[in-house]
Design a protein around this ligand. Structure first.
Ligand code: F6R
Length: 611
């Protein structure tokens, strides 16, 4: 969601800000704006819609050229998407200019107080209180003023601020909401995430809670809120520009689907040796706790990460002799059962910044649970706060819809399951050799699946073009897969897709089955196929149009469905990965055939930093 960029140096800031904002587009937004300073004057331009609209407006009616500026893509949370509500926002006299990500939770009280002082608010945003507070508490010293105001703000927020009386300085804050400083030669950069910095620098410093960063072309200084200087430990970005380029693809979503053989290989890299799973970053966990210390495992996540967690739960509970529960993060952070140091809480988050998952993690920590983050972002808040971290290593995922993140999360969860079992007596007797071999083969199997299914799915997507509703059914792990397939179709094809445990359809949903209604029946779990075939027959009796997804060699499903799609067979625990490929492709082709921008579905954002 919303993105922040900033630049100070000797180049024209406008180009760098626009370019940076384009690299943050994937986060999702509905308006964009920049403020530029030529060290005398600050000028602002904001537009509703795409960055191209902002660019067009700047071309048609240019603003001043300057070497310092801040920019923002806004994903509306308080107030509709409009030019007025977009950032940068300023105080009445146009002294302070602010771009903001996150939520100011106490903005209503603050606004009330400011209105009582006579301030005339221009927007419906929570952000607008900030420039007005800066104006109210202005001490004449920029940094001091910011210091006065920060303690008044409650919530999680990242801020970049400009001040007309200090036109060569940007002040930046990152309070539970990411903001990264980039170091150049006599220049400084700011961005919500590293994809905006990749073309300019590889040296970064993620600003931490209770720190203030000041950027001028001469230097970047970091201090604590109390004024203690911090010597920022620069870190090197591991991702390359090459990884965030589209190459020959029209959309990142397809690029990321096709990358999965490679990304799964990266997730597995260095972790399987001599028929053993080694996860170096989790060794300290087992040095500190014997596995039998834990009485329960709780897995939390949202959306696709929640679905990966459901797969993890189903696998873990078959192998461990302790209960495993999976929770939607936003529910867990508010209500949960008894928690203690004997709960191992696993937080799944691709971005590592999802506010609901961050809250769930904090709740787990408040209750003394031992926490592991499984994330794709090493320097995210969730990675930082969790006791232990397992990196999925899937590389940047820029399409809003998660694809490679999902398959890498499940791969990580299975690695983690085996790793924990190797150190436990609370496991069921299970020979991992077959599963380990299957994991090693998995990248090739996924590659084969892409080759086998891409064309068939493309043509199936063309014929679903006139459908508004679709059902997916499955049993066991296939039910979880159905949920994930439905989510993808909703997100990128705006298709009303619903997932059901196959046995459940007859308990109500059957009333919706009329002749021709498309149903995708997932049949990858050989031991559940017999009952699934009966469920398909029930649907066929009502003349649904059923497409079966099953493994090569199975004849039973092909006999009862209208169309069948064969995929390679892998270990049953890995089928939610293999069979996700055709479902991801279906969502992609169904979205593109309808003419949608599948990378940036309406109303959605990549990294949801509000609860
Ligand atoms: C769906 C999707 C979302 C995310 C969810 C959690 O395609 O991308 O449902 O999975 O918002 O995001 P992370 O994993 O970043 O916490």
């Amino acid at each position: 969601m919303s993105g922040i960029v900033g630049y100070v140096g000797n180049r024209s800031s406008q180009e760098i800000l626009i370019h940076g904002l384009k690299n943050l587009e994937y986060r999702g937004y509905d308006s964009a704006g920049i403020a530029v300073s030529n060290e005398k004057t600050i000028e602002v331009r904001r537009e509703k819609g795409q960055i191209q609209d902002l660019e067009a407006s700047l071309q048609l009616d240019p603003i001043l050229k300057g070497n310092l500026g801040i920019g923002h893509t806004r994903w509306a949370s308080h107030g509709t998407p409009s030019v007025t509500n977009s950032h940068p926002l300023s105080d009445t006299n146009g002294k302070y200019f602010v771009v903001h990500n996150g939520i100011i939770e106490n903005y209503r009280e603050l606004r009330k107080g400011l209105v009582a002082d006579g301030v005339d608010f221009q927007t419906d945003t929570d952000t607008e209180v900030i420039p007005h507070l800066l104006a109210k508490y202005d001490t004449g010293n920029y940094l001091d003023t910011v210091r006065q105001v920060l303690p008044l703000l409650k919530g999680s927020f990242a801020l970049a601020i400009m001040c007309s009386t200090y036109p060569n300085t940007i002040i930046a804050i990152s309070q539970e909401n990411p903001l990264i400083v980039g170091f150049g030669l006599k220049e400084g950069f700011l961005a919500s995430d590293i994809s905006a910095l990749l073309p300019y620098t590889k040296e970064i410093y993620p600003i931490k809670n209770n720190e203030i960063a000041m950027l001028t072309s001469e230097r970047i200084t970091i201090e604590t809120l109390d004024g203690e200087p911090i010597h920022p430990k620069k870190v090197l970005i591991e991702w390359d520009q090459e990884e965030i380029d589209l190459h020959e693809y029209d959309y990142f979503m397809l690029k990321e689907i096709m990358e999965q053989p490679k990304t799964i290989k990266k997730t597995l890299e260095g972790k399987i040796k001599n028929s053993h799973v080694r996860i170096a970053e989790l060794e300290p966990l087992l040095n500190q706790y014997e596995f039998h210390h834990f009485e329960k495992i709780d897995i939390v996540g949202n959306g696709t990460s929640y679905h990966s967690g459901m797969v993890g739960k189903k696998v873990m509970e078959q192998l461990f002799r302790i209960p495993v529960e999976v929770h939607i993060s936003s529910e867990f952070s508010n209500e949960h059962g008894h928690l203690s140091n004997r709960n191992l809480v696993i937080v799944l988050s691709q971005s590592g910044e999802t506010a609901d998952s961050l809250s769930a993690l904090k709740e787990a920590k408040r209750n003394d649970c031992v926490t592991i983050a499984i994330t794709n972002k090493k320097r995210s808040n969730i990675a930082r706060i969790a006791d232990y971290m397992l990196l999925t290593n899937a590389g940047p995922e820029l399409a809003v819809a998660a694809t490679k993140a999902y398959t890498s999360q499940i791969t990580s969860l299975i690695l983690l399951t085996i790793f924990l079992s190797q150190h436990s007596d609370k496991t069921n007797a299970y020979d991992y050799t077959e599963l380990l071999d299957a994991l090693v083969q998995l990248p090739d199997v996924v590659e084969q699946t892409l080759i086998m299914t891409q064309d068939a799915i493309d043509s199936f997507a063309q014929v679903t073009n006139d459908q508004d509703h679709l059902f997916l059914i499955g049993r066991g792990l296939d039910y979880v897969l159905a949920l994930e397939g439905a989510l993808k179709l909703q997100e990128v094809a705006y298709l009303h897709a619903d997932a059901y445990a196959a046995g459940e359809v007859k308990h109500g949903t059957m009333a919706l089955i009329t002749p021709g209604v498309p149903v995708i029946a997932l049949a990858t779990q050989a031991h559940l196929r017999g009952k699934l075939v009966s469920n398909i027959r029930e649907l066929k009796t009502r003349e649904a149009f059923v497409v079966g997804v099953t493994t090569v060699g199975d004849d039973a499903v092909g006999e009862v469905v209208d169309q069948v799609l064969y995929i390679p067979e892998a270990h049953p625990y890995l089928m939610p990965i293999v069979a996700a490929i055709p479902l991801q492709l279906l969502a992609y082709y169904a979205g593109t055939v309808r003419g949608y921008n599948v990378d940036r579905p309406r109303n959605l954002a990549k990294s949801l930093t509000v609860e």
